[in-house]
Design a protein around this ligand. Structure first.
Ligand SMILES: NC(=O)c1ccc[n+]([C@@H]2O[C@H](COP(=O)([O-])OP(=O)(O)OC[C@H]3O[C@@H](n4cnc5c(N)ncnc54)[C@H](OP(=O)(O)O)[C@@H]3O)[C@@H](O)[C@H]2O)c1
Length: 345
């Protein structure tokens, strides 16, 4: 029998991507999807792309959602919103996978980076950090997961083999990343308007983007020592995809591109969603897929290491990875129901 699934925040961009992937999942059945301003609308009215898959499902409000009996609930709400419903949610359902930031960071770090007091700090310890390639064993032993953000996913996994093997200095790492506009969600804002985004590129969140904390948290765990990263995100005129370009300073001599590529292939040899490429990866190769494509170079002239990674922000950067985490929590094969082929051309 299929697991009964709820999607809280099902009308947003990560919510609709959860609904798309879950429809093809052989062991999942979506019973409930909630919305806020769109409560009452049919899924297919809001997203014609889902009409054939969910002809009868309508978005309900959180208050009216009947959550008893569900096996697992995904929460895809704006940051700050999931902490207010989490106490009652955890009392009702056995497993929660949260796609927002509320339970990813220790409460003190949350306050530092999000500028507000956490309202349910006592619950934070119940959530594993949902980056399976790094924290698989703690996800397996946990009831709930806080899935990481899209930028931290691609940035951390692009750099992890270098830090795990002590090849680069843990400080002064630079990550410049470019994201498509769907990274900002579906709610209307001037900065997401076509006329503001098309034909231009702009950096934002200079020196202080909140995802820096998660990138440093993951990489410090991998390195076994504090890691500092200067992270600079950019908004680019495309809908989906993130491209991260990372620079780090070697602390070992005798590096070569061939050796680094071999090391990356070995490090990720057992990972079904990580593809190490010889050529520079393209965001389009991951479109719609739960994959991360990465490559790496050593530049002798400047004595630096360059690593490039790409994902679909809504799949490996959000909903695909959340389902990967759910598969682990439910004890079913991790790759079940997850696409590994991108949409080309
Ligand atoms: N977009 C990405 O690429 C991405 C990647 C990784 C993680 N995330 C994280 O995933 C979460 C969801 O992101 P998103 O891009 O899907 O956002 P979104 O498109 O703005 O969708 C937000 C969802 O939450 C509902 N909602 C908004 N305010 C609410 C409230 N106060 N109470 C209850 N429901 C409310 C919305 O309902 P209505 O539509 O009916 O108003 C919608 O279903 C965020 O925490 C985000 O940081 C996003």
């Amino acid at each position: 029998m299929a697991y009964r699934i709820g999607v809280i925040g099902g009308s947003g961009y990560t919510g609709v991507e959860l609904l798309r992937i879950l429809h093809a999942h052989p062991e999942a059945e979506v019973s409930i999807a909630t919305a806020d301003s769109n409560a009452g609308a049919k899924v297919g009215e809001l997203y014609p792309s889902l009409q054939a898959a969910y002809p009868h499902l309508a978005f309900t409000s959180i208050e009216n959602a009947e959550l008893e009996g569900l096996d697992l609930v995904f929460v895809a709400l704006p940051h700050g919103a999931s902490q207010s419903i989490m106490t009652s949610l955890l009392a009702t359902v056995p497993h929660v996978v949260d796609l927002g930031a509320d339970f990813r960071l220790p409460p003190a770090l949350y306050k530092e980076w999000y500028g507000e007091e956490h309202t349910a700090p006592e619950l934070q310890g119940g959530f594993a950090f949902g980056l399976p390639e790094v924290f698989r064993s703690s996800i397996k032993g946990s009831a709930h997961v806080a899935s990481p953000g899209c930028y931290p996913t691609v940035s951390s996994l692009t750099l992890a083999p270098l830090l795990a093997n002590g090849l680069v200095a843990p400080e002064g790492i630079l990550v410049d990343a470019m994201s498509g506009v769907s990274g900002a969600g579906r709610s209307a804002k001037v900065t997401s308007l076509f006329s503001e985004v098309d034909g231009t590129i702009a950096a934002y969140g200079l020196l202080s983007h909140r995802h820096t904390a998660e990138i440093e948290l993951v990489l410090s765990h991998v390195a076994g020592a504090p890691v500092s990263v200067l992270f600079t995100p950019h908004l680019v005129p495309m809908v989906r995809g993130i491209h991260a370009t990372a620079h780090a300073r070697p602390i070992q001599s005798g590096l070569s591109t061939e050796a680094l590529l071999a090391l990356y292939r070995e490090y990720y040899a057992d990972e079904p969603f990580v593809v190490v490429t010889d050529a520079p990866p393209t965001t389009k190769a991951c479109l719609g897929a739960n994959t991360l494509h990465i490559t790496v170079r050593y530049d002798e002239r400047t004595d630096s290491v360059l690593a490039l990674g790409v994902i679909d922000n809504l799949v490996k950067g959000a909903s695909g990875q959340a389902i990967q985490n759910a598969n682990i929590l439910l004890g079913i094969p991790e790759a079940t129901g997850l696409p590994i082929t991108g949409l080309m051309p």
